[in-house]
Design a protein around this ligand. Structure first.
Ligand code: LMR
Length: 328
């Protein structure tokens, strides 16, 4: 009798699986490569808080920032293997899974994050979230960071000819590789976690990134000049394992979806502020000099990077490029 009143034993006695009675929360891991004080870092923390609140006791979300669990080289594979449930790689890091998302790497495609946002919210933008489903990757949201700036260890960085022959760290992206080659520079694909040291030791001369990443990774301490080129965008897609997601109990999937939508709004609102503040902090630190550009200078960068469009338009799809341009 006594045995039968205990939940677990009762469950066992009537043939329920153990977990139904034990009710320990489902552990869900979220891994990313940036620092906590960044738009992505804050959005991930918000997602954890909201998911745990909405699903009271049913899930525990563990967030691992700064490549602590998985870095660029492993994180996509880890999602597919089920070793982590959520990641949010930059849109430049999906080209092994789809050529379409390469769209976002086309130089000077978007004038500002508002334009990026309006494309992402369009039917074609939303469809890209599902463009890797055949590979078992499902996109749940776009998260913003911001526009990219170009930095080097040289004093002069005003025009494209100033980067000729220099080595640049790039993300895992053939479009970005072509972008630097078009300017006669030497691009090198490298994981985010290795960039600071590569800049510090001179393995590479420069890199491209948002103010937020340049500040939070301290790249500004090991670079001489940062040109305010705004030549491209770093934004993210939060992705999960499609089979895992589809197999979740409906209430958990619903709670996670709601948490994701709210965390997205929160992080996307912060992104502009982070980049603005971090730009100011870099300026007042007095280490790297910020090189402002005239309209003429910007036109020169745009022209130098133009060949990339022709090269990738076919792979990406002209319809998509046109839709993005319209939104921009
Ligand atoms: C980079 O690799 O430079 C960025 O994609 C890092 C990030 O996640 O913002």
């Amino acid at each position: 009798r006594q045995v039968l009143v205990s939940g677990v034993s009762l469950a066992a006695a009537i043939g329920l699986p153990r977990f139904a009675a034990a009710q320990s929360p489902q552990v869900i891991k979220f891994s990313h490569v940036v620092a906590e004080k960044t738009p992505k870092g804050q959005a991930a923390i918000k997602f954890k808080e909201l998911a745990e609140k909405k699903l009271g006791g049913k899930v525990q979300v563990q967030v691992f920032p700064s490549s602590q669990l998985f870095g660029d080289a492993k994180e996509l594979e880890a999602v597919l293997l089920g070793d982590v449930q959520f990641i949010a790689p930059s849109l430049s890091k999906f080209d092994r899974y789809t050529k379409k998302v390469q769209l976002f790497d086309l130089p000077f495609l978007f004038d500002d994050v508002k334009a990026v946002d309006s494309f992402q919210a369009s039917d074609k933008g939303k469809a890209l979230l599902e463009s890797m489903k055949a590979r078992n990757l499902l996109g749940l949201a776009y998260w913003h960071n911001g526009l990219k700036q170009l930095s080097t260890n040289r004093d002069k960085l005003l025009r494209p000819e100033d980067v000729k022959g220099l080595k640049f760290r790039i993300q895992q992206s053939d479009v970005l590789e072509a972008q630097f080659r078009a300017m006669g520079a030497n691009p090198q694909k490298m994981a985010f976690s290795e960039v600071y040291q590569a800049l510090q030791t001179g393995v590479v001369d420069g890199q491209e990134n948002t103010w937020s990443n340049i500040y939070s990774q301290k790249f500004f301490e090991v670079q001489k000049t940062i040109a305010e080129t705004n030549h491209g965008v770093i934004d993210y897609m939060v992705v999960t394992n499609a089979k895992w997601w589809d197999g979740l109990p409906a209430d958990i999937r619903k709670g996670l979806s709601e948490a994701m939508a709210e965390a997205t709004a929160h992080g996307n609102k912060l992104a502009g502020e982070f980049n603005e503040d971090d730009r100011k902090k870099i300026e007042s630190a007095g280490k790297a000099r910020i090189q402002k550009l005239s309209k003429d200078d910007v036109a020169a960068w745009r022209k130098a990077m133009e060949p990339v469009w022709k090269k990738f338009e076919g792979e990406i799809g002209k319809d998509l490029v046109d839709a993005a341009r319209k939104a921009a």
